[in-house]
Design a protein. Structure first.
Length: 267
């Protein structure tokens, strides 16, 4: 069953859901590209590993369901003045539940298009995650380091940003109003690139996946891949469309979204 929204479903941006959705999109893109690019090219899932420690602000994103439960409750005993003193009895100090983070090994996944004969990486495809867009996180730093390596290499770079929050690595502020964006940086055209700005009401576009100079681009139908990922992930069962999405929609888009939320809630 597809999402009730015509394009990107904003409910998939919830940190509880996005990690799983990210895996589904990665797998769907790989399957589709392998279908249309073989036998000359093959698409592989690659892994980027880094360490996040207790000082890393992305811990709140990595583990969104863990919260510090602080409650300074008053003692059941009412404060009363001592017969021998006018000083009020202090409220009892209650312990609070907190988190103790140690170093955590984080694994992020992306795609590479390989030339089968030479084993050369022709194109790198990234689907941005929340930590890639968090300005002070280790995940952002690792992503930007890898991004720079690709931009200085002979490989093409494709970035798919399906998150409204955070700081994008490419210049989204120079674009017209949009909520999502896709960026293609061709090795032979840098620093120029191509960006597809997308509004909530628009289906995701078919984007060009550049290959070697003597081969035509592959067309990647992102909306089809999203619809299939939504169905495989069973998100229609786990998403509560009666509640507002997290992160919330821009105020001027709440009314627009109501019919789609109702459609999702009545399934």
């Amino acid at each position: 069953m597809p999402s009730p929204f015509p394009g990107m479903d904003p409910y998939l941006e919830n940190p509880y859901t996005f990690s799983d959705f990210h895996h589904e999109m990665i797998s769907g893109i790989r399957a589709e590209l392998n279908r249309i690019l073989r036998p000359k090219y093959v698409v592989r899932i690659e892994e980027r590993v880094y360490i996040s420690d207790e000082s890393d602000p992305e811990n709140r994103i990595i583990v969104p369901d863990l919260k510090v439960m602080a409650s300074w409750r008053k003692s059941k005993r009412s404060s009363r003045k001592s017969r021998s003193s006018s000083v009020a009895t202090l409220d009892a100090i209650e312990p609070i539940e907190a988190l103790t983070f140690v170093e955590v090994e984080i694994h992020e996944y992306y795609l590479t298009v390989l030339d089968v004969e030479s084993r050369q990486i022709v194109t790198v495809i990234e689907i941005l995650s929340p930590v890639n867009k968090h300005g002070r996180s280790a995940g952002r730093g690792e992503y930007m380091k890898k991004r720079r390596e690709v931009l200085l290499s002979p490989s093409h770079l494709v970035e798919i940003d399906l998150l409204r929050q955070g700081t994008s690595p490419f210049p989204r502020d120079m674009l017209p109003e949009h909520h999502y964006a896709m960026h293609v940086s061709r090795a032979e055209s840098r620093p120029k690139g191509t960006i597809w700005p997308v509004l909530l009401r628009q289906p995701l576009p078919a984007i060009d996946i550049p290959l070697k100079a003597d081969d035509a681009d592959a067309q990647l139908e992102l909306q089809t891949i999203l619809n299939e990922a939504y169905d495989r992930g069973g998100y229609d069962i786990v998403i509560d469309y009666e509640k507002p999405p997290k992160p919330p929609l821009p105020p001027n888009w709440d009314k627009w979204a109501l019919p789609f939320r109702r459609a999702g809630a009545t399934r």
